[in-house]
Design a protein around this ligand. Sequence first.
Ligand SMILES: Cc1ncc(COP(=O)(O)O)c(C=O)c1O
Length: 393
Amino acid sequence: MQPAKRLESIPPYLFGEIARLKAQVIAEGRDIVDLGIGDPDQPTPRVIIDKLCEYANNPETHRYDESNAGVPEYLNAVARWHKRRFDVDLDPESEALLLIGSKEGLAHLAWAMIDPGDISLVPDPAYTVYKVNTLMAGGSVHIMPLLAENRFLPDLSIIPSDVAKKAKLMYLCYPNNPTGAVATPEFFGDVVAFAKEYDIAVCHDCAYSEIAFDGYKAPSFMQTPEAKDVGIEIHSLSKTFNMTGWRIGFAVGNSAIIKTLNRIKSNIDSKQFAAISLAGAYALDNVNIDSTIALIQKRRDILVDGLNSLGWKLEKPKATFYVWTPTPPGYNSVEFTKALLQKAGVLAIPGTGYGTYGEGYVRMSLTVSGDVNGERVAEAVRRIKDNMKISWG
Ligand SMILES: Cc1ncc(COP(=O)(O)O)c(C=O)c1O
């Protein structure tokens, strides 16, 4: 058996390695406060589960979804949600596409757009899917560093013009995994101008748009004037409605890019179980997530206030599940992650798992299993205080 050579361009899946390390510590009989993977710990709201059961009981949903881009009820709900949430008008027939989770769409977009020799502009640190799929499709990646001094927005002015001329695709993600940074409408305006100048398709990953605190409302790239001329935005129901296992998301925006993405998808997958699509439509139209957000915000405050009381100097992220913490002097990302796990029994993810520019950071996720009232997060702070001698110099 000889796998395709393209698989050699895949680095080991980060969470697989972390899971192995975690299993080792658990096998030693120790309790871990898991601030690792960003997977909502709360259940999917009961009303959405009830709707799934109702739709699953209708045999009509048991067959192939033979629609063009997803069941119309779902795509209509997507358009209504965008109008309500962002005041953006979308044609559900040509500017919206059902995805089997946003990861699927982000990955297939590279396969739909990138030929060998083409370039994707990819942020670093970032969700690894953008880079890996560009490489597997035979393309190359031009890294856009996300630096603290630029508030983790890429500096478009330092992209060499010969690279920009060859680039076909740019990935962005705000609110950002892993840094927790948010984008401004002005930045999105600069992206549209840049994409127009160099004829680049933009893909804005907006998986965390609804995970926002203190009244902050994350903008949509689609609110930017002329964004629809250059790009699409990819959304997920995973994080918004605690539906990671259900596998449902959507792409919206430029109709030619949507059509291109659907062209490759329709030759690979057969969309989602219609009962899930319909329950997703119900969620988009009806479900309020304030109580989940309040719980995550509470955990954020306990973690950031707690670590700051130990001398850390963290800002509270306005959005996402993530606190992106610089590593203390004397540690690199991996060493600090190991020390946290071994000395304090706290699992974080080394920033380098998200790229070279993640060095000097670890990511702590606020999706902590069993944490009903912030007590596990408080326990993490206590363990760090009691077991680690950290000097911030
Ligand atoms: C930035 C980002 N985009 C997309 C996804 C994928 O989400 P899903 O495929 O569940 O919609 C994730 C998951 O962690 C993510 O962090």
